[in-house]
Design a protein around this ligand. Structure first.
Ligand code: NDP
Ligand code: OXD
Length: 308
């Protein structure tokens, strides 16, 4: 029985060491050194092979090494194979740090001051209290709720939007399409932490972003394909939107010469908002393997019909 890892080989080596320490009874391999393919029962991957069913005829569980699973083609994963995304504290902490930093950067005018410094300008901008800055998070899942919880410490006016109803102390929760406009109308800093599904692809278009109040900013940490890039550029250039901090783009890497690179009010990071941390990720996977053997539901099993 083999557990096969197919993603970044350097991280795979760390996983291998942790498996050897914590579960020496499990044969752990790192792709492409898979051993006998028929022995592979568990696969942890960012991108599984296209012909997954033929390659691993005895696969029992497909783990995503990330929180998202949109990179998987669900139609080629046999229906009896559960798909489990990564639920682990390391990836949550990384996202909380990234978004908190991004919100503070916008709220405390850090980008305006960087620009002023470049131009040798000493000018104070009014300091707005956090309570007057309305942050809205698209997605109230593992990451969105953790981000909102940390932002509470600063006193931001917080809201979130999700598919189903949520109740979070101190957060104005909006659910479903009917509530989207009201959520957008009260949002100065919009954070996207949605999964990419057919329902959320290109959701961040001119229609949606245009409903944000003038001067609002976007922090995009979901997936590149949530965003209609030309619509964003138009709204920035029309000064409807103030800043866009983008961690994810289409395609990745963002090609040289793309207008985002040089836009004065766009900031790009190369999809580093957060990543699974091997120490805690392996703990989570081992726990799920135990649960699977006992016939219990695994933490992070996705619902194929919803797509997340
Ligand atoms: P979860 O599955 O825990 O949460 C998803 C949230 O989105 C839920 O609240 C869900 O609503 C909501 N949602 C889904 N579809 C819709 C819809 N059509 N309309 C309204 N709300 C919707 O995901 P995570 O919080 O763990 O992760 C979110 C995403 O963050 C990942 O899928 C990935 O794309 C991205 N990510 C990016 C990283 C980066 O480095 N940039 C790192 C890690 C993740 P409900 O609660 O009602 O189900
Ligand atoms: C993830 C990511 O989904 O890193 O985990 O984007």
């Amino acid at each position: 029985m083999t557990f096969l890892y197919k993603a970044d080989p350097a991280r795979g080596a760390v996983w291998a060491k942790l498996f050897a320490e914590r579960a020496p009874e499990i044969a752990f391999s790192v792709w492409p050194d898979s051993g006998e393919l028929a022995h592979v029962r568990y696969l942890a991957a960012w991108q599984p092979p296209v012909d997954i069913a033929q390659t691993f005829p005895n696969l029992e569980v497909l783990f995503s090494v990330g929180a998202g699973i949109d990179q998987f083609d669900l139609s080629v994963v046999p229906a009896h194979v559960p798909i489990v995304r990564m639920i682990e504290p390391g990836i949550v902490e990384g996202m909380v740090e990234y978004v908190t930093h991004a919100v503070l950067t916008i709220h405390r005018d850090s980008l305006d001051y960087a620009d002023q410094q470049r131009r040798g300008i000493w000018r104070e901008l009014p300091v707005r209290p956090a309570a007057s800055c309305r942050v809205g998070v698209l997605g109230l899942g593992m990451l969105g709720t953790a981000v909102l919880e940390r932002l509470r410490l600063f006193g931001y006016d917080r809201a979130g939007w999700s598919r189903s109803e949520h109740l979070i102390d101190g957060v104005a929760c909006y659910a479903g399409e009917a509530a989207l406009d009201a959520f957008l109308a009260r949002t100065d800093i919009l954070v996207c932490l949605l999964p990419l599904t057919p329902a959320t692809r290109h959701l961040l278009d001119a229609r949606l972003l245009g409903k944000l109040p003038r001067g609002a900013s976007l922090i995009q940490t979901g997936r590149g394909a949530h965003l209609v890039q030309d619509d964003l550029l138009r709204l920035l250039d029309a000064e409807h939107l103030r800043y866009a901090l983008l961690d994810v783009t289409t395609p990745e890497p963002l090609p040289p010469g793309h207008p985002f690179w040089r836009h004065p009010r766009v900031r790009i990071t190369p999809h580093i908002a957060s990543a699974t941390r091997p120490e805690t990720a392996v703990e989570s996977v081992l726990d799920n393997l135990k649960r699977h053997r006992l016939g219990l539901p695994m933490t992070g099993e996705i619902d194929r019909r919803r797509g997340y």
